[in-house]
Design a binder for this molecule. Sequence first.
Ligand SMILES: C[S@@+](CC[C@H](N)C(=O)[O-])C[C@H]1O[C@@H](n2cnc3c(N)ncnc32)[C@H](O)[C@@H]1O
Length: 284
Amino acid sequence: MAASTQSSRLVVGAQYERAMSASASDRRARSAFQDLALSIAAPGAALFDFGAGTGIDACVYAERGFTVGAYDVDPPMRRYFAIRCRGHINAGRITLDSGSYSQFLARNAVNGGRRVELVTSNFAPLNLIADLTALFEKFHALTLPGGKVLVSVLNPYFIGDLKYGWWWRNVVRLWRVGHFSVAGAQAPIFRRRLADFARKSAPYFQLTSAFPGSPRGRGQAASGIEVTRGARYAGLRLATCRFMFLLFDRRDIDRPDGSDHGAAGASSISSTNNACSRAKRARR
Ligand SMILES: C[S@@+](CC[C@H](N)C(=O)[O-])C[C@H]1O[C@@H](n2cnc3c(N)ncnc32)[C@H](O)[C@@H]1O
């Protein structure tokens, strides 16, 4: 990533967009992610872009006929997003949530209370999140039954990172604990094994596939590695890719009356309790 994940200075707005379009490999990774998202979402579906930055992807999805909700924690990014996507926002094709991350997690009416088919998150916002289980709980509340989450995350086994001391200092922790973090400009940057993503999301989603984040050319169909039964060596198989794209399927833990698992009632008490105890285990 040309932008902020490893630098000591946070790059935002127009400067961020210049940095992101400077490298051919970043442009290819973005195209590949957008192509995959567009192939997963049904025509005209509602999407939500988490960590949307300046709105590069949100605009592409809106231009393709999707309705897009978005959120980014960073106010300067949101200001640039509002300018870049002004036409789509005025036409009601894009909406942008604001506020702090804890407000985003606590808010009942994220995306105006509208649930979506697909949550996307491109260029590694999830690597800036310490408590992934809480975020996947939010994604669960935000998605419709049958919904999916598609994220681009940093590959902890990327061979290009093996030249750095921080990678070698943390490799044992990566194997033992499943993740490690290094200091970043905006927040600590977490690198996680696929098994860690699977475990932390498990109360609410199932990790089903991992895709290479650096296909050789545009239009080349990226073939995913099926990881439903375990993700042991999939990350290693993608070692030449700085990014990997992970696809999660929403678990069906809704109440029979169709309302969300967030507000427990008698009819859902056992599935909700199961989800809660799975969530407690995942957070450890
Ligand atoms: C590398 S940028 C990617 C932006 C955009 N998805 C793209 O593809 O250009 C990472 C983004 O994640 C956002 N971010 C970091 N922590 C976040 C959080 N807790 N909640 C929402 N967004 C966050 C940052 O502000 C930044 O815009």
